[in-house]
Design a protein around this ligand. Structure first.
Ligand SMILES: Cc1cc2nc3c(=O)[nH]c(=O)nc-3n(C[C@H](O)[C@H](O)[C@H](O)COP(=O)(O)OP(=O)(O)OC[C@H]3O[C@@H](n4cnc5c(N)ncnc54)[C@H](O)[C@@H]3O)c2cc1C
Length: 441
C-alpha cells in the first residue's frame, strides 16, 4: 500500500507530491495526459518556446512566496512585465497610434471602483456580479468599459463580467494588476518557458503518465484508486488536483457530500485562447512602435462587443529564430477558435491584424501552435471563476473529506485563484495534510 496517491501532475500535483516525499512518506502520481505540467506547458515544436497556458510568474512581488523565490534560487531567467512595451491601436483609425489615455482613465476608474466595492463586500456586504457593481456606481457607460472588463474578467479570469463574482474578482485583483494592461509591478515573464521550468520541479517524482483515474472509493481505512490500463491502487490518502470541470470525470464512491458537489458547480471553468504564429522576416517592424529587439504588447482599443485580444511580439530573447507572435484572446472568441482548429483560427487572427499590420497575412510562414484547454477532457477550461455569492466555495474545498480525500488546485486558492502560484500553494497544503493522514493506520 502506498501512503499517498496524487491525481494529476500539474502545479498542484507536483507540489503535493514533493511535500509528501519531504515528509518521508511514499507517493505515486497518476497523470491522465502523456506529459506533466497540466495547464502550464511549454510547447517546443516552434523555434521559440511557447507557453500554451501559464506564461509568467504572477504576484511575483506579493503573494508568490513559494514558486518565484525557488525559481530565483535556481537561477531561472525572467524579466519584469513592466519592461514590455505597450502599444494601442484603434481600428477606426488604422495605422495611427491610438491615444490610450481615455482607455487608461476608464481602466483606473473601474479598477478603483471594483477594489473599493470589493472591500465593502469582503467586510460583510452583499456579493453580486462585477458588472452590477459598475452599474450601481454609474460607470457602466464609460468609454472602453467592455474592453477593460474583457481584460479583467475574461482574459484574466475567463468568465464574463455579468457572471463573475465581484468578491472573487476583488480577492484576485487586489494583488494582481491586469498584466497585459497596466504597467504591472507583479508579473515576471520566463523566456525559456514557464512550463519548462515547472517540468523540472517534477524531475525524479514517481509519476505514471497516460493513467486517467476513473473512480476513487474511500472509507475510514483508506482509498482505492481505479485507473485505465492498470491495477487499482490502494493508498492511505489521496490528493485530487483535477480542475473543477475535469473532476466530474472521476466517480467518487461513496459520492461526495452535497456541499462539495455544489462547490465544484459554483466554480465553473472560464476559457482563454493562445496561439503562436511564425513569420518570414519582421512584418511588424516600425509599426505601432514595434521594433526588433523588444517584446511588445499590442492592444486594440475596441468599444462594444468585439472581443479583446492582445498580441505579444517576441524578438528580444530569440534574435535568430525569426519573428513570432503570441495572440491571447478572451473567452467568447476562444471557444470559436478552438472549434475552428489552429489553421482556420490563425487565418481569422491574421485578417484582424491586417488592419494594424498590413501585409501580415502574406508574411505568415504557415506555422501555428494553439491551446485547446476547453476541448481537453482533462482540463475542460482555462481557469476557475466563482459565481456571484459563491466565492467561499474555494475555501470549502480545502477541507478534506473523511480525513482521507484532499482536493487541491488553483480553484481552491482564495487570493491566487486562476494562477500557477495559487495551484502550487494549495498543493503544498494538501500534500502536507495527506502525508499526516497517512501516518494514521
Ligand atoms: C491560457 C492560460 C493562460 C494562463 N496564464 C497564466 C499566467 O501567465 N500566470 C499564472 O500564474 N497562471 C496562468 N494561468 C493559470 C495556470 O496555468 C493554472 O492556474 C495552473 O496551471 C493550474 O494548475 P493545477 O495544478 O491547479 O491544475 P492543472 O494544471 O489543470 O493540473 C491538473 C492535472 O490533473 C490531470 N487530470 C485531470 N483529470 C484527471 C484524471 N481523471 N486522472 C488523472 N489525471 C487527471 C490533468 O491532466 C492535469 O495535468 C493560465 C491559464 C491558462 C489556461
Amino acid at each position: 500500500m502506498v501512503d499517498v496517491v496524487v491525481v494529476g501532475a500539474g502545479a498542484a500535483g507536483i507540489a503535493a507530491a514533493r511535500m509528501v516525499l519531504a515528509a518521508q512518506r511514499s507517493v505515486v502520481v497518476l497523470e491522465a495526459m502523456d506529459r506533466v505540467g497540466g495547464r502550464c506547458f511549454t510547447d517546443t515544436s516552434m523555434p521559440v518556446p511557447f507557453d500554451t497556458g501559464a506564461q509568467f510568474f504572477a504576484q511575483s512581488q506579493s503573494l508568490n512566496t513559494d514558486m518565484y523565490p525557488i525559481a530565483n534560487q535556481f537561477g531561472v531567467e525572467s524579466f519584469g512585465a513592466e519592461t514590455v512595451k505597450r502599444s494601442f491601436y484603434d481600428p477606426d483609425f488604422p495605422l495611427i497610434d491610438a491615444d490610450p489615455s481615455v482607455f487608461y482613465a476608464s481602466y483606473a476608474a473601474i479598477n478603483a471602483c471594483l477594489l473599493e466595492q470589493g472591500l465593502e463586500i469582503a467586510n460583510g456586504g452583499h456579493d453580486c456580479p462585477a458588472l452590477q457593481v459598475l452599474e450601481k456606481a454609474g460607470l457602466a457607460d464609460l468609454p472602453y468599459r467592455e474592453l477593460v472588463m474583457q481584460f479583467l474578467c475574461t482574459v484574466v479570469v475567463g468568465r464574463p463580467e455579468s457572471e463573475e463574482s465581484a468578491l472573487d474578482l476583488f480577492n484576485f485583483a487586489q494583488f494582481s494588476p491586469a498584466p497585459f494592461l497596466y504597467p504591472p509591478r507583479d508579473s515576471n515573464y520566463v523566456p525559456g518557458g514557464l512550463g519548462t521550468y515547472l517540468a523540472t520541479l517534477a524531475d525524479g517524482l514517481p509519476i505514471v503518465l497516460s493513467a486517467p483515474v476513473s473512480c476513487i472509493t474511500h472509507d475510514g481505512d483508506g482509498v482505492t484508486i481505479h485507473r485505465a490500463g492498470g491495477e487499482p491502487l490502494r493508498a492511505r490518502a489521496v490528493v485530487v488536483t483535477a480542475s473543477t470541470a475535469a473532476v466530474h470525470g472521476i466517480e467518487f464512491d461513496p459520492g461526495l457530500p452535497p456541499e462539495y458537489t455544489q462547490a465544484f458547480h459554483d466554480l465553473p471553468m472560464g476559457l482563454a485562447y493562445k496561439a503562436m504564429l511564425g513569420f518570414h522576416g519582421c512584418p511588424f517592424d516600425g509599426r505601432l512602435g514595434t521594433q526588433a529587439g523588444t517584446m511588445n504588447n499590442v492592444i486594440p482599443l475596441v468599444d462594444g462587443p468585439t472581443p479583446a485580444y492582445s498580441v505579444n511580439y517576441f524578438a528580444e530573447h530569440y534574435p535568430d529564430a525569426g519573428t513570432h507572435l503570441v495572440v491571447t484572446t478572451e473567452a467568447a472568441i476562444a471557444e470559436q477558435y478552438e472549434a475552428m482548429g489552429p489553421q482556420a483560427a490563425a487565418r481569422d487572427i491574421l485578417a484582424r491584424l491586417e488592419d494594424p499590420f498590413p501585409g501580415i497575412t502574406g508574411a505568415w510562414n504557415g506555422r501555428v501552435v494553439a491551446s485547446s484547454w476547453g476541448m481537453n477532457p482533462y482540463t475542460r477550461g482555462g481557469m476557475s471563476s466563482a459565481k456571484a455569492g459563491r466565492a467561499e466555495a474555494r475555501a470549502l474545498l480545502q477541507t478534506p473529506v473523511g480525513g482521507r480525500l484532499w482536493f487541491a488546485g488553483e480553484a481552491l486558492s482564495a487570493r491566487s485563484h486562476s494562477l500557477l502560484n495559487g495551484a502550487w500553494a494549495t498543493g503544498i497544503a494538501a500534500g502536507a495534510g495527506a502525508a499526516r493522514a497517512s501516518l494514521r493506520t
